[in-house]
Design a protein around this ligand. Structure first.
Ligand SMILES: Nc1ncnc2c1ncn2[C@@H]1O[C@H](COP(=O)(O)OP(=O)(O)O)[C@@H](O)[C@H]1O
Ligand SMILES: CC(=O)OP(=O)(O)O
Ligand SMILES: [Mg+2]
Length: 431
């Protein structure tokens, strides 16, 4: 038996699915079980395991001993041994989501060289690559017979137009240091493209999509003829939309002012800029910002429940309530990119697609975005369909009122399944 274990280390979660590959139907790996550990850095972490092959028997527990991705992975292996009749020797491949691939534009087997390449990129994805590597090392130790393969988030954006990928800085330095827009959430966008193409019965390379992946990390992507032509994250997953603990786009100078000790000190000491340590700046912008910094919670559901959504359509709202403000900021930044991507696609858009933990679950955010983009010719959201979207529905849910205008869709994105499909189809990994 050939089993593929697909492991997705997100910034706040570890999602793992186990698939069976059959050689004569490699494009459709069969899901055997799935697991998710959420709130990894907001203890207690919640661990869930769902045995699809066993009438969906499931297990859900709070686990005090989980405090990072590696301990979450170890807990998964422990539960796999205890609860599932899976012989781990049958796990022939482990597909790992790695957020930053740098120059790697297709999946690679983990050997010493590729491991160090990913490690070198850790500074460019501080919430991700290190966590993924800790899980990769742990997996190699626990399942030494299996091939570990890295699948990169950045790969989907490999053909970004040069003018989109280039920052307006000294180009010699940019080339030497690889300072350009890479873009992330690519496994999710590849899955969304695949799923929307199947839903609309169109070839992926004819599809134009504005995709929103809104989770702890949030980004958007303009897809033209099946290819990413722009995306909101950049050199690192920090830029673009705010996230749970990420600032998103700011004036780059802000960080120098943020970290200065006091205005008096600043005006008298010309060497003030030397005080700003890169690590401190990154720590602030990646871990101590975002909607958690605005409201005190990383849980967008709680923010939505407390926010006063009645002020959303007021263009000059001056709300000071933190939850309303956090919601309003997300909406504002999403609309900023939606407008830009609509133009980049010359208004020729098949669908706007919501995905990610927030995108798939926040009917309020979808409603607010829907009301705003309707003026661009998108289908009006059917509130009954919108409020009834749930995790158990099909992969794509059409929440529009059913006309043939630009569609409004929700996609239950599945980065693990995307990796399993890509892994199963890649003959070079099966020789
Ligand atoms: N019902 C909900 N409404 C709004 N946000 C939600 C809901 N359920 C979960 N979320 C948010 O989804 C986010 C996690 O998204 P996810 O895509 O799973 O994260 P990760 O970036 O770790 O992959 C969390 O910020 C959580 O608060
Ligand atoms: C790239 C990124 O931000 O990923 P995640 O949303 O899984 O944290
Ligand atoms: Mg994620």
């Amino acid at each position: 038996m050939s089993l593929v274990l697909a492991v997705n280390a997100g910034s706040s979660s570890l999602k793992i699915s186990l698939f069976r590959r059959s050689a004569d139907n490699a494009a459709n790996p069969a899901l055997l079980l799935s697991s998710s550990t959420s709130s990894i850095f907001a203890p207690p972490a919640r661990f869930k395991l769902n045995f699809v092959a066993l009438q969906h028997r499931s297990l859900s527990e709070e686990v005090d001993s989980i405090y990072d991705h590696e301990s979450a992975f170890k807990h998964f292996l422990y539960r796999l041994k205890e609860e599932a009749s899976v012989d781990t020797i049958d796990i022939k491949h482990i597909a790992h989501r790695v957020v930053h691939g740098g120059d790697y534009i297709s999946p690679v087997m983990i050997f010493e060289e590729s491991y160090h390449h990913i490690k070198k990129l850790s500074d460019l994805a501080p919430l991700h690559n290190g966590s993924a590597l800790s899980v990769i090392s742990s997996a190699i130790k626990a399942l030494p017979h299996a091939k570990s393969i890295a699948f990169f988030d950045s790969a989907f954006h490999k053909d970004l137009p040069t003018h989109v990928a280039t920052y307006a800085i000294n180009q010699q330095v940019a080339h030497e240091k690889g300072l350009k827009k890479y873009g992330f959430h690519g496994l999710s966008y590849a899955f969304i493209l695949r799923a929307v193409a199947a839903h609309l019965n169109k070839a992926p390379d004819t599809l134009n999509i504005i995709a929103l992946h809104i989770g702890s990390g949030a980004s958007m992507c303009a897809i033209r003829n099946g290819q990413s032509i722009d995306t909101s994250m950049g050199l690192t997953p920090l830029s673009g939309l705010p996230g749970a603990t990420r600032a998103g786009d700011i004036d780059a100078s802000l960080i120098f002012h943020y970290t200065s000790r006091s205005p008096a000190h600043m005006s008298h000491d010309p060497s003030i800029s030397k005080e700003v340590k890169v690590t401190e700046a990154e720590d602030i912008l990646n871990f101590k910002s975002g909607w958690k910094a605005l409201t005190g919670t990383a849980d967008f559901k709680e923010i939505t429940e407390k926010a006063d959504t009645s002020v959303l359509s007021d263009p000059i709202s001056r709300t000071a309530d933190p939850n309303t403000l956090a919601f309003r900021i997300m909406l504002d930044r999403i609309l900023h990119f939606a407008g830009a991507y609509h133009l980049a696609l010359h208004g020729n858009v098949d669908a706007l697609v919501f995905a990610g933990g927030v995108g798939e679950r926040s009917a309020e955010l979808r409603r607010a975005v829907g009301e705003a983009v309707a003026c661009l010719g998108f289908a009006v959201i059917d509130e009954t369909k919108n409020s009834q979207v749930n995790d158990d529905e099909g992969i794509i849910v059409d929440i529009g009122k059913g006309d043939e205008r630009k569609r409004m869709l929700v996609c239950h994105t599945d980065e693990q399944l995307e990796m399993a499909i890509e892994c199963s189809l890649a003959n070079e990994f099966w020789v």
